[in-house]
Design a protein around this ligand. Structure first.
Ligand code: NAD
Length: 361
């Protein structure tokens, strides 16, 4: 599949387009949140269809008892992208986000960055787009009801992506903090989905064809036990994305057909860490490419063991980069030294003093 290469015009070389949080929100509003997520889903699918052209490795983590910071690089041989992202489940107690991020896209031919962007909002958009894309292939046809367990920062985006791309009209929400569910219901009022706040996870999954788990806790939690999960459902397991941080009882995995992004990373971080490495799992790109089957029967439990993979962020960065000429919602970041003579870097520093900057006293 041919994908449009990043266009690096000579005039671009003097600055890097920078998308702040403020401008990301402007960009999202300019196209609409659902169109934005559908756009990212299309780019993810395009990039998964050319899976073999990407450089792939598990992301690089730095762990602390409180959480993790991760670097997620990849390249298709022409363009390089990376995301810096953290996951700190205790942060919300101090008024901080659990997940924040930023990312860069670069032209591999010159090494010059062509985009620098916030990725806190973009990660929520791409994670929801990615979940809904996988569910298009895996969820029971005609699904109308989704349970969502964990009603934090990611959850609104998940609900809207599933509404837009799967036709979900009923959301059954549960969180250990009822205030989080109330916030979700408030934000989704008038969005086209009906939100029912549930008192228990068992209540939430009642009648749901799709179960999304998107909780944050730095431990092996059991959000779903085996007896809670009936046949025929699709589980979109988003919150278990770190060593020792899972959401599902192991027995559910043994009854499910498991779909993953990149097995080497998922076995370190996902629900898959509870099983032997040689347990059969299906790579999603193979399903999208028609090389492997998705849902094959009504009774099958399909499980998307989502951890978040670099190619999804690469696709989201490409989508934003392509959007910017249309919206104009970015700043020109002075990130690249641009001396008249490329080798006269020090001369540029000297001339900057002559041009008016005084030495500190
Ligand atoms: P958040 O802190 O904003 O929200 C998490 C919510 O989970 C909170 O409202 C909390 O009260 C709730 N919760 C915790 N334990 C629970 C339990 N046992 N039962 C029900 N609810 C519970 O976090 P967020 O930004 O929404 O992220 C949620 C999770 O998704 C995190 O673990 C994050 O690392 C993960 N994540 C995964 C991906 C991916 O690609 N797979 C991407 C982004 C975030």
């Amino acid at each position: 599949m041919s994908v449009k290469p990043i266009n690096l015009l000579p005039s671009d070389l003097a600055y890097v387009p920078f998308v702040s949080v403020d401008n990301m929100m402007r960009n999202v509003r300019a196209v609409g949140v659902e169109t934005f997520m559908r756009g990212i889903a299309d780019y993810i699918e395009q990039d998964f269809l050319r899976w073999e052209s990407f450089d792939k490795k598990p992301r690089i983590p730095a762990h602390a008892p409180q959480g993790v910071i991760e670097l997620m690089p990849t390249s298709d041989g022409k363009t390089f992208g990376f995301k810096y992202v953290n996951g700190h489940p205790g942060n919300t107690r101090d008024g901080l986000q659990t997940v924040t991020g930023f990312g860069v896209l670069s032209n591999l031919m010159t090494g010059y960055p062509v985009l620098f962007t916030e990725m806190t909002i973009l990660t929520a958009l791409r994670t929801a787009a990615n979940s809904a894309l996988a569910a298009k292939y895996l969820a029971p046809k005609g699904s109308t009801t989704m349970a969502i367990i964990g009603n934090g920062a990611q959850s609104d985006f998940q609900c809207l992506a599933f509404k837009d791309m799967l036709g979900i009209t009923e959301i059954r929400a549960y969180d250990i903090d009822c205030g989080a569910s109330l916030r979700l219901a408030r934000n989704l009022a008038n969005s086209g989905v009906n939100v029912t706040i549930c008192k228990t996870p068992e209540d939430a999954i009642e009648g749901a064809q799709i179960i999304t788990t998107v909780t944050a806790d730095k431990k092996s939690a059991t959000i779903l036990t085996d007896n809670m999960v009936g046949t025929g459902v699709h589980i979109n397991a988003v919150g278990g994305d770190c060593p020792g941080k899972t959401e599902l009882h192991r027995d559910i995995l043994l009854r499910s057909d498991i779909f993953v992004e990149f097995p080497d990373q998922t076995h370190i971080e996902g629900e898959f860490q509870q099983l032997d490495r040689d347990h059969p799992v299906t790579e999603l790109w193979q399903v999208y490419a028609g090389k492997a089957e998705g849902r094959t029967s009504q009774d099958q439990i399909t499980l998307f063991d989502s951890v978040g993979f670099a190619i999804e962020d690469f696709a989201a960065l490409r989508y934003v980069r392509d959007l910017l000429p249309r919206t104009g919602h970015f700043e020109k970041l002075d990130l690249l030294a641009d001396p008249d003579d490329p080798r006269d870097l020090y001369g540029m520093v000297l001339r900057s003093a002559v041009n008016g900057d005084n030495q500190a006293a």
